[in-house]
Each structure stands twice: as structure tokens, then as C-alpha cells.
Design a protein around this ligand. Sequence first.
Ligand code: AKG
Length: 318
Amino acid sequence: MSQSSNRATGPGTLPDGASLFAGDSFTTEDNDRAAQAARDRVFGEIDRLEMHAAIGQLDAKGYTVIAPELAAPPGFADRLRDAVLEAAERASGVRPDRSTGLTHAEIMTRHGQVQHVEPLIHLNPLFQEALLNERALAVVTYLLGESCVLFSSTGQIKGPGFQYLPLHADQANSGTPAPFPPFAQVCNAVWALTDYSADDGATCFVAGSHKLCRHPTAKEAVDLSLFEPLEAKAGSIIVWHGNTWHGAVPRRNPGLRVGIIQYFGRWFHNPGSQFARLFTREEVARYPPRFAQLIGAQPTPGLDHRYGSRVARFSQFG
Ligand SMILES: O=C(O)CCC(=O)C(=O)O
């Protein structure tokens, strides 16, 4: 056997006369370094905020809850709740009745007895502050990378009623057929602004279902034995992976469940920079650059995000 044919079959070598084409669909060392630096930043933030337990829970169960005392200073969640109720009143002309909830008992939407205020993000600077919450963003960025975008921002007010929200995976909203990628393409970060429990009409999760990488079947979606209502105190932030099956039980208690749904996705699922038009340049400039990135007022950083999103789960590009 000649030396040259030996080289042709050896690992990491090319046959004589062959060359590698450095086209734009292949990696470069710069891209590799950028992806590693992005990973370091994402894990650095998790270390700084001491969020390892939350990340462990997220990986194991598909969702995590950031406790009120870690989420924000005392009083912030109450002000946020009042701002959502005020926005709801402005939108509908009906003052939400917090003690009985009867103003919302007859509403019927895709989420049951729930009034949606959408988009919410531009209606009060508190909603923008809530979006920039550092602990929520640390988890969202762990799931979706630094280039992720806010897809929707919705105030949710749920009254007493009878309607369940069937189990579903938010990944379905992007039109992705199963099997889903095991790492998240979309995720949700919800501010629970009143207590969540079974009788309060809480969100329900099927722990570990994100690992199945598929939608629930029609039968599973309405199988009440799978509904596990979450217990979370007012002021918590609930973050879940886009593959995680979740739904909600009806509210049995009088009164209202109030929350903000912030739904995020990787930049390549972006339906368009729908929030940028809601803000003036001056308003955007008041916030750190991450705000402009999230609302789509600034292009995704980096030269070649097509490439970056493929190489790294935590890439600054993907
Ligand atoms: O209303 C809830 O608790 C769940 C909301 C939900 O399923 C969603 O935003 O995808």
C-alpha cells in the first residue's frame, strides 16, 4: 500500500489533491470562539444569580418557578398586577372585580374564562421592566440563546368558571411537526401576579413531558389524570420549555387570577418585529440594548446567525 493511499483513509487527513471548501455553510474558528464565549456568558449569569437549582428543575421537569423573593423587590408584583388590571379595564371598559371575579365569569376564550390584553408590553413601563427581569432572562437565555425574541406579551385575567385548557406544547405554535428538537425553540416566562393553586385555576404541567418531543395526542390532551396544578405564590415567575405539555384547570375560588404571559422564540421563528413599532427610538434608548433585541428593534447580533444557531445551544446567534 502506498503512503498516499494510507493518508487518504487515515482519520483527519485528506486524500492527495483534495481540499476543503470553506463555504458559508461551514464553521470557522471565529464562529466556534463566539459560540464558546456565548456559552460562558450564559453560564456566568446563572452562576452569578445562583440559579443552578432552577436550571436543574427546568432540565428535569420542563418548567421552573422563580420564587417571589428572588423575582423582584417587595411591592413590584402588586404594582404589576394593578397595572395589568388597569390595562384590562382600559381595553374592555369593565373594571375587573377582584373580590368576586364575576366580571370575568362569562368570558369564553381559547384559554377559558380569561380576558387577554394583547399586546401588553407598550402599555406601561412596568411591563418593560418585567420583561427585563434578570432571573427570568437568565433562564430564557439558557433555553433560547441571547438572540431570542419576544413573540407575544399578554395580560391574562381569569375569572371563576368551568373551562379547562387542554394540554398542549407551545412548540406547536411555531408549526413544528414532531419529533420536536430536544432543545427549546420557544419558551414561556409567566409572571403569576396572584396565587396559583388548583382552586385558583392554576397552570398544570406534565413533568418531564418536554423529553417526549411531541404534542400530546387528542386523548392525552384532555386526560385529567395528567393535569398537575402548580402551586406558586403571587409574584413568582414560571418559565417552561416549549416542548413541555401544559394546560390549566378552571378557577373554583371567587376572585381573579392575574398574570402576564411572555412568549419567546429563537430568532429564526420570528414572525416579524411586531413590537418595535410600538415604541419611539427615545423609549427604546432608555433601556439596555437587550430590550431592543427582544422587541425586534435591532437586528440579531453577529455576522452569520444561520450558522451559529446550528452549532450551539447557547450561541449568541441562536
Ligand atoms: O392559562 C394558563 O395557565 C396557561 C397558559 C398557556 O397555556 C400558554 O400561554 O400557552
